[in-house]
Design a protein around this ligand. Structure first.
Ligand code: WQD
Length: 336
């Protein structure tokens, strides 16, 4: 099998992807500087996979350290998750986001441009579309002005990859995630943001567990069926499996083109319907209240999933109820 580098491999999506890569028999090397996760995630990965992946504590924004790391290593593919990803924080600290997210990708690309047979998968986001003009959103939808520095770093990253692929004949794919939620069914790994959760589902589970106050529902007057904003919530295990399918596809391609795939379920769910799904799936009542809209939020976003289905042979299999059950089981297993 192949030797795969997973940057940010102790993070939420990175850890779930690492266990699926190991289940396929790949040798996985994880790079993570623990800026938004904990070393204990490695224990969860090991318990699921049955063996411990090698982990290097490396800041990819550090050019010298990253160059030294790559000088002693060779990879068949790199899945690049390592980035800061909190939309609101990026507005408060834009230079921290540009410095980290852009430099880290730059230093990974320094290796890939010198080793063009190495396939590179980039963790992108539906954020690049802004508020799309048409729903569901296809990969042909234009990138709009990013709503945040976080979204801009994803747009910059995709532009860097497109230009590098063309100039150096690289194998690159950008995966545009919609809203990743849920946890591994073993409850050994899951979403565990440092500090108060910015995203909806971890706030729901922490509120239901009594760790947070009532959920604030940001906005009730959107032009949607129930007035709350609509998103495409995809189970993190489905998302991890999509990375395997995308990597297998990319390794079979000639270099030079940038491949782009939306990763979602194709279904839109409002905030109120997510709350209802949580209560139905877990039998746990949630305390919540309406609050003003959150700056930067779009009204609705859900994916056209046909390209991933036809080219990668991948579709999301898990339901919103599955995600809620798995998220809650993970939350209940955490030390309070
Ligand atoms: C979802 C909906 C909120 C919290 C962002 C990034 C995206 C991806 C996922 C990385 C919105 C509402 C939320 C709360 C609420 N990041 N909400 N109360 O903003 O759609 O996407 O995270 O991969 O790139 O843009 O996700 O979970 O923050 O919000 O009402 O306490 O829930 O207003 O409508 P978002 P989210």
């Amino acid at each position: 099998m192949s030797r795969i580098l997973v940057t940010g491999g102790l993070g939420y999506i990175g850890s779930h992807t690492t266990v699926e890569l190991m289940a396929k028999g790949h040798e996985v090397i994880v790079v993570d500087n623990l800026s938004n996760t904990r070393e204990s995630v490695l224990d969860g990965i090991t318990a699921i996979a049955g063996k411990r992946p090698s982990w290097v504590n490396l800041d990819l924004a550090d050019a010298a350290a990253t160059q030294a790391f790559f000088a002693g290593n060779a990879f068949d593919a790199i899945i690049h998750f390592a980035a800061f990803k909190a939309v609101g924080e990026s507005v408060e600290k834009p230079m921290m986001y540009y410095r980290n997210n852009v430099n880290a990708l730059m230093h990974v690309l320094d290796y890939v441009t010198s080793n063009p047979s190495c396939a590179c998968i980039f963790s992108s986001s539906c954020t690049v579309y802004g508020q799309a003009d048409h729903l569901p959103i296809s990969e042909a939808a234009p990138m709009k002005q990013a709503e945040s520095p976080y979204g801009m770093t994803k747009q910059i990253g995709e532009s860097m990859l497109t230009d590098a692929a063309k100039a150096y004949g690289l194998k690159v794919t950008a995966l545009r995630y919609f809203n990743p939620i849920g946890a591994h069914p073993s409850a050994l790994i899951g979403e565990l943001p440092l500090g108060p959760p910015q995203n909806l589902v971890p706030f729901i589970t922490q509120s239901a567990a009594g760790l947070r106050g009532p959920l604030q529902v940001y906005g009730k007057d959107y032009p949607t069926a129930d007035g709350t904003a609509v998103r495409d919530y995809i189970h993190v295990v489905d998302l991890a499996l999509a990375h395997i399918a995308a990597m297998d596809h990319l390794m079979r391609q000639e270099g030079g083109d940038m491949h782009v795939f939306n990763l979602g379920t194709g279904k839109g769910s409002s905030v109120l319907s997510v709350i209802q799904a949580f209560e139905d799936a877990t039998g746990t009542a949630l305390s919540w209240a309406f609050a003003p809209r959150r700056a930067g939020d779009v009204v609705a976003a859900y994916a056209d999933t046909e390209r991933a289905a036809s080219v990668l042979g991948w579709r999301a299999q898990r339901s919103l109820a599955d995600s809620m059950k798995d998220a809650w089981r993970w939350q209940e297993g955490l030390p309070s």
